[in-house]
Design a protein around this ligand. Structure first.
Ligand code: ZN
Length: 295
């Protein structure tokens, strides 16, 4: 089997978009969003692969008994992936696992629902139904952990508490030593905008739980692959940002003042620092204020 990156046919002209660490749809300029989707499949380790659709990624594992797939991303992406999986591996998707409920990652699950059992955290299901996410409703949910074995491949699903959502899970492939985590552990990148749908202190705790897990490669939902050390680095970023915002609040600074004055130069090389840092300050301000009692 051919290793390495296998590009989708629609790559032409979009090379300029391939910015290392590019991490969210919001950073795509409108003109770029009109371009045809850039899609690719690349091997991570063993028979575990990464699927990219523009700036979103998910992983899938190929086994002799079928495929374990994760976030479908959207219906067009899922249809493309389904056809590629058929052509390259001639195996059906047996499991489809959602990282969390957000539509930009899990739309299009219905494309795989003819052969796959759809799995998510128990708190994702009511949101998917309630918000009418355009995807297949999970048939199986779990609260803390769940292990799936298929054709000799194992994936351990674990809930690490609330963070970027209240239902984000991590998917650990112990044999491949890879962990797939979406949106709550950016790799060399700031958090998305002003922390929408986020739980601050729980988030920091959930990063510590992931730091205690055994893996080498961190596969994120956006941007390039990382390493386990990226989890600690992002946790330190969250803690540094929190203490800088708390200190500014205690000094009586307004939000506008702190968006101007707070700097964390340690992270200025990270993707999104220029655009998203003031928004990260704003989101952190909101979360810190929500749990602070002034005199
Ligand atoms: Zn999300």
């Amino acid at each position: 089997m051919r290793l390495g990156v296998i590009l989708g046919q629609l790559f032409v002209g979009l090379a300029a978009l391939v910015v290392a660490g590019q991490s969210d749809l919001a950073r795509i300029r409108p003109a770029e969003a009109q371009q045809p989707a850039r899609r690719e499949i690349s091997k991570i380790a063993g028979e575990l692969y990464m699927f990219r659709n523009n700036f979103h990624s998910s992983v899938f594992a190929v086994t002799p008994a079928g495929i374990i797939a994760t976030d479908p991303i959207n219906a067009d992406a899922a249809r493309w992936l389904k056809a590629e999986l058929q052509t390259r591996f001639n195996q059906p998707v047996r499991y489809l696992i959602y990282s969390h409920d957000h539509a930009d990652h899990i739309s299009g699950g219905e494309v795989f629902a003819d052969t796959a059992l759809v799995i998510a955290h128990e708190d994702a299901r009511p949101v998917i139904i309630g918000e009418k996410r355009p995807t297949a409703v999970p048939q199986v949910t779990f609260s803390d952990r769940m292990t799936i074995e298929l054709g000799g491949t194992t994936v351990e699903l674990a809930y690490a508490g609330r963070n970027h959502s209240n239902n984000s899970i991590v998917m650990r492939f112990p044999n491949e030593r890879v962990l797939f985590a979406v949106d709550f552990i950016p790799v060399d990148s700031l958090a998305f905008r002003n922390f929408p749908d986020a739980y601050l202190d729980d988030w920091i705790e959930s990063l510590k739980k992931v730091e205690a897990m055994d893996f080498d490669v961190l596969a994120p939902g956006h941007g390039p692959l990382g390493r386990k050390g990226n989890v600690r680095q992002f946790r330190e970023y969250m803690e540094d940002l929190k203490s800088a915002v708390l200190q500014a609040i205690r000094e009586g600074k307004s939000l506008d003042e702190m968006k101007q004055s707070i700097k964390l130069p340690k992270y200025e090389q990270w993707s999104g620092y220029k655009e998203d840092f003031p928004l990260n300050v704003e989101g952190m301000y909101r979360m810190v204020q929500a749990n602070r009692l002034a005199n």
